[in-house]
Ligand binder design. Sequence first.
Ligand code: ZN
Length: 177
Amino acid sequence: MAAKPAHDHTGWAAGVIAAAMVSQAGIAGPFYIWSFLALLTGYSGGGAPDWMELSWWRSGSGRYSWIPHRTLTHWGIAWIALLVLSYKALPYFHWMALVFGFAVGGIMHLLADWPNPLGVPWLWISWRHSLNLWKSGRCDWIVTSAAWLAAATVADRAWFHSVALHYVEGLTRVAMR
Ligand SMILES: [Zn+2]
């Protein structure tokens, strides 16, 4: 896995993305409750592929896994299906925001795991693909920055009418003149 702190940071970014997308879908709910819950489940989803493979219900010392690392819980298609289905269900069942947030977090986790050599089983559980960019735990700042850049972009669009984007565009235009 990418290091735990990296999954924590990208998990919060995933939460922000989920919350913003729930808002943009027009179902933030009273006091932004659904957006807020999507933020929390987004964060928990960000760590989920790793903690779901530990048998935390077993007592005793050590960390037991009930399945090999980075197999079923890191399966790309399953997470993407969950993402798409929960998003489509949002207008009908607002509580789906929780599932949606969880799925955004899970996919964020896979993206964070993708660059290091062990890779991620996007298509099939027993076939992992790796971008082979760096060893686990290295360059986590790149992953984290990319996640927050994505989060800032989505939040900007959902809540601030792309103020930041227009600002950057304006600056670029001035600079190109
Ligand atoms: Zn992982």
